[in-house]
Design a protein around this ligand. Sequence first.
Ligand code: SAM
Length: 225
Amino acid sequence: MRDILKQALPQADEQALERFEIYHRLLAEWNERMNLTAITDPVEVAEKHFADSLAALPYLKAGMKVIDVGTGAGFPGVPLLIMEPGLELTLADSLQKRLTFLDALLKELGLKAALVHGRAEDLGQNKLYRERYDVALSRAVANLPVLLELTTPFVKAGGTAIAYKGDGAEELKNAKSAAFLLHVQLRSVELDSPLGKRCLIFADKTAPTPKQYPRKAGTPNKKPL
Ligand code: SAM
């Protein structure tokens, strides 16, 4: 596994490689008991989960308050924390069993992050989390108009929500009214990825989120902005 990781993650030092090895082992072990990921082949885990998650690393630095919304088995938040342990990271998901896995994982990795159980629609209206973060990350959670409503309320004005996406142009086309209503400006950065079309979409927040967003749980999906 070490060689596969070295090849997929050329920027990782020995300590980071060791942590990615532990991550891969625990993912495989826990995946036998609970549904964490459909990807289990070591090369695919290294490329599609670990390396892909690191795409936002150049935009983050130690001390930043970052929330990963719908983190699942920890992507992209945990690989980013492995590479930059100085992040003040919160991992949020609506499924408690995934957080149980993440708690065990973080202990084995010797890394610290806050774990929060709840739906983004509810957490985004909770003053403990609303407009508290520099950056909100999300990967594979919803299409862009829905995602903007779920993630941008966590970000302070002046901060950014970053969405990991496939075809950026396609996503941006449908998100204009959501961006207007949520006071964000959208831009897309194409990634040079072996996985095909990949991009990061940045939603730069220009003013506080209007109080009515996010709407109650389920509504963003049923009636996207
Ligand atoms: N981000 C991970 C990744 O890239 O592998 C997980 C993606 S998984 C397809 C979607 C995750 O988002 C699940 O863990 C699910 O429980 C969570 N999720 C979906 N809707 C959510 C919501 N409204 N609030 C919080 N978590 C949500």
